[in-house]
Design a protein around this ligand. Structure first.
Ligand SMILES: C[S@@+](CC[C@H](N)C(=O)[O-])C[C@H]1O[C@@H](n2cnc3c(N)ncnc32)[C@H](O)[C@@H]1O
Length: 270
């Protein structure tokens, strides 16, 4: 395995433990009231009716959204490279008595574990920056979609990822454009779900422009139905953002930035 991906796998095993026990992920609340997607209906509307459909969730973490789709009647498969996250996902599915398949694999290795194609491929919220090569990601999305199938992503906006995550003032820190060299963040206390947690591993991440994201899908034959940009996001990407109704955005009296985006696309019928 690529050493950067291996490093991120160790980080995500550590973060999965932190996240599973965090208020941010509120696992107890989820088990009690699992059906509401937190993003104001964007995911439900974007993925559409899943009853009776097969759904592949890429980078599923510990499967909250995967299990929400199972509750809506989808036949779900979630994949993630973190053993810890996949262990928790299986535990949650058992506890909630929901049928779900969870596979522990790095995204680029998925073809070694799965041959089936799906009606829906879904991924969301903090996934692309961990992947060094989006063309390989687009290839995986296309490979696992049935002809006529739907792809949906809700993700942090590439512009949002340019800002200094530590500065109280809005300050540019990272280039908008991709570089093959990863951004390396040394271990520091806290993560997005728990600012007090102890973390011992480095983070390796990559910027991808909106053109990189769109072209990764177009190159592999997907047809884009829409690309939407939103002035809010699901976590505090940088300190200038304020929380309102569970989402984070620029204060209302400030110029607004694109903080997240959604793409709905289809694989053409043959
Ligand atoms: C921020 S989480 C996704 C959040 C998830 N959508 C949710 O709502 O809980 C990112 C996930 O990507 C996974 N991941 C990162 N790099 C990966 C890779 N190369 N292959 C597979 N999974 C990866 C991590 O283990 C983590 O579970």
């Amino acid at each position: 395995m690529d050493p950067y991906i291996k490093g991120n796998q160790e980080l995500w095993n550590e973060w999965a433990d932190i996240n599973y026990h965090s208020d941010f992920y509120d696992v107890a609340g989820f088990v009690a009231h699992p059906i509401n997607f937190p993003e104001g209906g964007i995911i439900r509307a974007g993925v559409g009716d899943v009853a009776g459909k097969s759904l592949l969730h890429l980078q599923c973490h510990f499967g909250k959204d995967t299990l929400r789709f199972a509750l809506l009647g989808a036949h779900v498969t979630g994949i993630d490279f973190s053993e810890q996250a996949i262990g928790y996902a299986r535990e949650l599915a058992n506890r909630m008595q929901l049928p779900a398949t969870f596979i522990q694999t790095a995204l680029y290795d998925l073809p070694q574990h799965l041959t089936e194609q799906f009606d829906v491929v879904f991924t969301s919220q903090g996934v692309l920056g961990w992947l060094p090569d989006l063309q390989r990601w687009g290839q995986i999305v296309a490979q696992f979609l049935k002809p006529g199938g739907t792809f949906f992503i809700l993700e942090g906006h590439p512009t949002m990822l340019m800002f200094d995550e530590e500065s109280a003032e809005l300050r540019l820190k990272y280039s908008y454009f991709h570089s093959d060299d990863p951004i390396v963040i040394e271990p520091h206390s806290g993560n997005y779900a728990d600012p007090t947690a102890t973390v011992t591993h480095r983070e390796y991440s990559w910027q991808h422009s909106m053109a990189d994201i769109v072209n990764a899908l177009l190159t592999h034959g997907l047809q884009i139905e829409y690309l939407r940009e939103y002035p809010f996001m699901g976590w505090q990407g940088f300190p200038a953002l304020v929380q309102q109704d569970g989402e984070w955005s620029m204060p209302a009296d400030q110029p607004q930035l694109p903080l997240s985006f959604a793409i709905r696309a289809h694989k053409p019928e043959v």
